[in-house]
Ligand binder design. Structure first.
Ligand SMILES: NC(=O)c1ccc[n+]([C@@H]2O[C@H](COP(=O)([O-])OP(=O)(O)OC[C@H]3O[C@@H](n4cnc5c(N)ncnc54)[C@H](OP(=O)(O)O)[C@@H]3O)[C@@H](O)[C@H]2O)c1
Length: 240
């Protein structure tokens, strides 16, 4: 068995252009990990803290979570660059307020949520699976949500996609356990990112901050197979 809390790791991160994924990428980069970022617009990272020209351990690949072939192409490009993948962090996601009694014409919005929030991480983990199992201490961190644990706020489309994602996380944990894969479903309520920009019920300063989720994620990558939590429920307000 390889050392469980091995450092540096070779990490795929989706959703690293903004928000939580970006905070995680910046933190893991500073800690010396090898990172492969799948983003829709690689050019937008030029001149920023995640410019691959500034960091030899940083790889960027075009990736759209709704593209059925996107994950395979990204994983192949990462392997060509680094020769391995031992961790996947799935943060790309979309929010929607489409409700239970959605309007005519809103079904494409629901299908888009399924494509990005469910099939996106599914395809990504499926593509990286042989590398994760071969490693012996593979890690998968998925940004789910409290909306993957309870239904609140008339968000049927988003909630259904996140419950499905939670089911997928449990399945990944079960099927990867013997080969040393450990899965963590990170379940925050509101996080101070663009996704929560329209939320007026809570000051941004009282929301969970993306840098704090990055600190938790960094810690997860250091833990041995015997000590990785499956779920991190992160509330910024009391939900008794
Ligand atoms: N913010 C919250 O309150 C909150 C709470 C609980 C859970 N979460 C979950 O945490 C994750 C990250 O959310 P966030 O707050 O960081 O959101 P965000 O600031 O809106 O960022 C979303 C990220 O997902 C990427 N993305 C969206 N659609 C994509 C697609 N089709 N293909 C590839 N990338 C795509 C975006 O890339 P572009 O820059 O190309 O758009 C961006 O990097 C999501 O899964 C979200 O559901 C968020």
């Amino acid at each position: 068995m390889r050392p469980n809390g091995e450092h540096p790791r070779t990490v795929l991160i989706s959703g690293a252009s903004r928000g939580i994924g970006r905070a995680i990428a910046e933190r893991l980069l500073a800690e010396g990990h090898r990172l492969s970022l799948g983003v829709r617009d690689p050019q937008a990272l030029r001149g920023t803290a995640l410019d691959p020209d500034r960091h030899p351990q940083l790889h960027v690949h075009p990736y759209d979570a709704g593209d059925p072939d996107g994950a395979d192409a990204w994983v192949a490009a990462c392997v060509a660059r680094f020769g391995a993948i031992d961790s996947v962090i799935a943060s790309a996601g979309q929010f929607s307020r489409v409700g239970l009694l959605y309007e005519a014409g809103q079904e494409p919005e629901i299908e888009q949520l399924w494509q990005v929030n469910v099939l996106g991480p599914w395809r990504l983990v499926r593509a990286a699976w042989p590398l994760l199992t071969a490693h012996g201490a593979g890690r998968i961190v998925v940004l789910v949500s409290m909306s993957g644990k309870r239904s609140k706020g008339r968000l049927a489309g988003y909630t259904a996609s996140k419950f499905a994602l939670m089911g997928l996380c449990q399945t990944m944990r079960n099927e990867g356990w013997e080969q040393g894969i450990r899965v963590t479903a990170v379940c925050p309520s509101w996080v101070n990112t663009d996704m929560a920009a329209g939320v007026s019920s809570l000051p941004k300063t009282e929301m969970t901050q993306p840098g704090d989720l990055a600190a938790l994620t960094s810690q997860l990558l250091t833990l041995p197979n015997s000590c990785v939590p499956f779920e991190l429920a992160v509330n910024c307000t009391l939900e008794a």
